[in-house]
Design a protein around this ligand. Structure first.
Ligand code: GLA
Length: 397
């Protein structure tokens, strides 16, 4: 997936802006006007609550997608990347929902979402070259990183002057309408609003966002991500079914979204809904309560206090929402046995990654123990790393 052209950066990761620039020059024969980048995200807690107009607490991570870009003559978008030999591109007027597949749909979808309400003649074409170190299909939102980096580049090059919440909406529209995945607003919000050291506490109904400092370093904690390497896609299957169950439960309860129910309203819903729909709703309603409790605990006592909420969130996704997998359950159980303060799957589910919060001195042993548990169960070796809350989308130069 990763380009050979990518050079190591002093202190660790690859020089993504540099390699996107090199790729741009190689492809288009001139330097780009600028490079923009946006990060992937880890959701600390608040899963499948965003499209129920509830609460989420994600943070932007250090892995990013960089887009080198320039205006070009004509009215077409052309894009190349280090992660596919397939080019993407289309005339702006011809981009339409359902027409494009693959990674290009995210790029063209954002161009479509940003251009569709504007007179085409006012928008020139754009050339893009993209590099990324956000793992794909790992539940770390490589798609939002791509959408948000492209959205920031197009916003500036086209002089649209949109604010971050509007750019997040453009990314979500691209995903919902062009890619065809009925996802919520969490991932794009984390990628655009993230701040170093903090999580984004977002009310997905009002779109009010607050930075909540995580203080992992101060507390001597690592946040470990265990990518099971079971890849998932939200344009198909289970994700849309879960969303439909939530909408059904809200209709039965007579509310516009499950956000309007409290845990004490659940017994009433149990009388109205079938058993499965009830369990789906119970996950969402209790998860909203866990998010607000986690924010209060983070503020009052710091990150070591939220462990039990993370583990309760996982149990709810495993038993009520049924979006975990045996590998994700194993990642969580092995982490807890190895001393994690809390652990849960993160992201949409049906594969992807789990997270564990662990004291730094126990982190290496936990990572070993998880790998051993996977080997013992005959599962492929998971890819394990630590993440730090990082800055959201930005212009690199
Ligand atoms: C995916 C979606 C998000 C959100 C999560 C589940 O990441 O893109 O909008 O629904 O799943 O919390």
């Amino acid at each position: 997936m990763l380009s050979d052209a990518a050079r190591p950066r002093p202190g660790g990761g690859r020089d993504l802006p540099g390699s996107a620039t090199e790729g741009f020059v190689r492809t288009y024969g001139k330097p780009p006007e600028g490079v923009w980048s946006a990060p992937g995200r880890v959701n600390l807690i608040g899963e499948h609550t965003d499209y129920n107009e509830g609460f989420v607490l994600p943070f932007a991570i250090q892995h990013r997608t960089a887009v080198a870009a320039s205006l070009s003559p004509g009215h077409s978008v052309r894009a190349r990347s280090t992660f596919s030999s397939e080019p993407a591109g289309a005339a702006l007027a011809e981009i339409a929902p359902g027409k494009d597949a693959g990674w290009g749909a995210y790029v063209l979808g954002v161009a479509w979402a940003l251009s569709s309400a504007r007179p085409l003649a006012s928008l020139p074409g754009v050339d893009l070259f993209i590099d990324s170190d956000v793992p794909v299909g790992a539940g770390l939102s490589s798609s939002a990183a791509l959408e948000c980096a492209v959205a920031c580049a197009l916003d500036e090059l086209w002089g649209l002057g949109l604010d971050r919440p509007s750019l997040a909406l453009a990314g979500q529209r691209a995903e919902n309408e062009v890619v065809g995945a009925p996802t919520g607003i969490m991932d794009q919000s984390a990628s655009l609003l993230g701040e170093g050291g903090s999580a984004v506490f977002l009310d997905c109904r009002t779109r009010h966002a607050e930075a909540v400092p995580l203080r992992l370093e101060e507390a001597g904690l690592d946040l470990v991500v265990i990518d099971t390497c079971e890849h998932h896609a939200h344009a198909t299957g289970g994700y849309a079914e879960r969303r439909a169950s939530c909408e059904r439960a809200a209709r039965l309860a007579g509310v516009s979204a499950l956000r309007d129910l409290r845990p004490e309203d659940l017994p009433k819903l149990a009388e109205l809904a079938d058993e499965e729909t009830y369990r789906r709703a119970r996950h969402v309603v209790t998860e909203d309560a866990r998010v607000t409790e986690a924010v209060a605990l983070l503020r009052a006592s710091g990150p070591a206090a939220i462990g039990p909420l993370l583990s309760a969130s996982h149990a709810s996704m495993r038993d009520d929402f049924e979006i975990s997998t045996p590998a994700l359950d194993l990642a969580v159980e092995a982490s807890l046995s190895a001393g994690a303060l809390g652990a849960r799957m993160t992201g949409g589910g049906f594969g992807g990654a789990a997270i564990a919060v662990v004291r730094k001195e126990a982190s290496a042993a936990l990572q070993e123990a998880v790998k051993e548990a996977f080997a013992g169960a005959g599962l492929a070796t998971p890819s394990i790393s630590t993440v730090v809350p990082s800055q959201g989308a930005r212009r690199e130069y």
